[in-house]
Design a protein around this ligand. Structure first.
Ligand SMILES: Nc1ncnc2c1ncn2[C@@H]1O[C@H](COP(=O)(O)OP(=O)(O)OP(=O)(O)O)[C@@H](O)[C@H]1O
Ligand SMILES: [Mg+2]
Length: 162
């Protein structure tokens, strides 16, 4: 069983989509160029809701929707936001071949829905966001910094259980 260092994980519960968006917006304020944030959870868990809030926190004014058919969408904000949805991707070989690992990502923040699709091609330093719950259930949102450089996100998580 892997050990998780104390202090590198934080859990927040939200009971409405707007609260998930507010949490994500608060996290976006500490985003730096080159950051990678993975969003895991079942269909309908709230990964795209999180992405919308994160974009708002970065000052993106364009509507963020699920880029299911383009794999990666790019938005202009305080930093560029790259939003990937890998649901339809077969594996990481296809991800690399499809240009999902792009030099320009170093200039902005990348959010990845369905990161398990490119597991072995993901950089090791990341903020992993896991959303548990669907439908009318509350969402338990676990933030895990896989590297100390991502700890700032845990400090930025506002507790807002609305
Ligand atoms: N606390 C909550 N946080 C986030 N979304 C919530 C919450 N409560 C209800 N919802 C609803 O759950 C749905 C989440 O949809 P969303 O598209 O974000 O899921 P997703 O994880 O991106 O799914 P997919 O895997 O299909 O891309 C939305 O309809 C949203 O309004
Ligand atoms: Mg989605």
């Amino acid at each position: 069983m892997p050990t998780i260092s104390p202090g590198l994980e934080r859990r927040v519960v939200t009971t409405e989509a707007e609260a998930t968006q507010r949490l994500a917006a608060a996290l976006a304020r500490v985003a730096r160029p080159g950051d990678l944030v993975t969003l895991s959870g079942a269909l309908g868990a709230g990964k795209t809701q999180f992405a919308k809030g994160f974009g708002a926190g970065l000052g993106v004014t364009e509507t963020i929707s699920s880029p299911s058919f383009v794999l990666m969408a790019e938005y202009e904000g305080r930093l560029p936001l790259f939003h990937q949805d890998l649901y339809r991707l077969a594996d990481s070989v296809e991800a690399v071949a499809g240009g999902l690992v792009d030099d320009r990502q170093a200039t902005g923040v990348t959010l990845v829905e369905w990161p398990e699709r490119m597991a072995d091609a993901l950089p090791v330093a990341r903020l992993d966001v896991r959303i548990d719950g669907t439908g009318d259930e509350p969402r338990a949102i676990t933030l895990r910094a896989t590297d100390a450089s991502y700890r700032r996100y845990l400090d930025a998580a506002v507790v807002d259980s609305a």
